[in-house]
Write a protein that binds this ligand. Structure first.
Ligand SMILES: Nc1ncnc2c1ncn2[C@@H]1O[C@H](COP(=O)(O)OP(=O)(O)OP(=O)(O)O)[C@@H](O)[C@H]1O
Length: 274
């Protein structure tokens, strides 16, 4: 188990009153979060709850106002590049190039993220080995299984040796064995480096097993926050995380109006596996 938090005074992420609207649509509506250094923190919530928007604000991909987000003590509104250098990001969308080999894909990210030229080769081999792809490094990504592609994308996110790894649904669409494979690699790297992990997932069993703490989001707000055990025992003795989720989200799996987005994402994933 890996539920331990870092020291209370060392934070990888601090959000205060985090808010973002797309036109009239308020996607994130006053989120307060503290993620301690070294912990695995899960963001859970139904489709459209505001998880990805929160992540995009933390990673500087959407603009946050000063005072809303700090990453390792740096305000993301003022220190955009320094924050980006500290973060490895695995987006929901496919980020590997099918026509390139595993090694070329990771090498590309090493250049993009300014891994010093002299360390690049070694670093690429290290992360390929860390995600279990050393033997497949010479093969084009188009020959990989869905689980291998996700592990390749994990290697891309890890090549710059980030202190904070942000994973947006790292195991979506994968079979249980491939999901375990992805998590094993995340856990191994985290144990070896002490990096902090912020992850979104729709799989309650994964959140229960791997996250030290969880924030349950609904309609742009954090509705509940705690360790999986705290959340479950807070509902009723013997409750499952799934039941906690349903209790806080009103039994809804979807927000209205998000069907198209959801379908598009699922199909994108299915296409990746085909
Ligand atoms: N680029 C955009 N333009 C307009 N509205 C958006 C945009 N991105 C997200 N939204 C809206 O903001 C709300 C929050 O979306 P967000 O993607 O953050 O949710 P989520 O919790 O990550 O959902 P999912 O689990 O489906 O990824 C939703 O109502 C969504 O429709």
């Amino acid at each position: 188990m890996n539920g331990e938090s870092g020291p209370a005074d060392r934070h990888a992420i601090v959000c205060r009153g985090l808010r973002h609207a797309f036109g009239d649509k308020v996607a994130v509506d006053g989120v307060d979060l503290d993620v301690a250094e070294g912990e695995i923190f899960g963001l859970l919530g139904p489709n459209g709850a505001g998880k990805t928007t929160t992540i995009r604000l933390i990673t500087t991909l959407l603009p946050a106002r000063p005072g809303m987000v700090e990453v390792f003590g740096l305000d993301v509104a003022r220190h955009r590049m320094a924050v980006r250098r500290a973060i490895g990001y695995l987006p929901q969308q496919l980020s590997a190039d099918a026509a390139l080999t595993g090694r070329e894909n990771v090498g590309l990210f090493a250049r993009l993220f300014d891994v010093p030229r002299r360390q690049r080769g070694e670093r690429v081999e290290e992360v390929l080995a860390a995600v279990g792809l050393a033997d497949a490094a010479e093969r084009r990504a188009q020959t990989y299984s869905g689980g291998m592609i996700r592990r390749l994308e994990l290697a891309q996110a890890l090549v710059s040796a980030p202190r904070l790894l942000i994973l947006d649904e790292p195991t979506i669409g994968l079979d249980p064995v491939a999901r375990d494979g992805v998590w094993e690699r995340i856990q191994e790297v985290r144990r070896a480096t002490g990096m902090t992990v912020l992850v979104t997932t729709h799989y309650m069993d994964e959140a229960d097993q791997h996250c030290g703490r969880i924030a349950l989001m609904h309609r742009g707000r954090v509705q509940a926050l705690g360790t999986p055990s705290e959340l479950k025992s807070g509902l009723e003795p013997g409750a499952t995380l799934e039941e906690v989720f349903r209790a806080y989200t009103g039994d809804r799996l979807d927000e209205p109006g998000d069907g198209f987005r959801d379908a598009r994402r699922t199909r994108r994933t299915a296409g990746r596996l085909g």
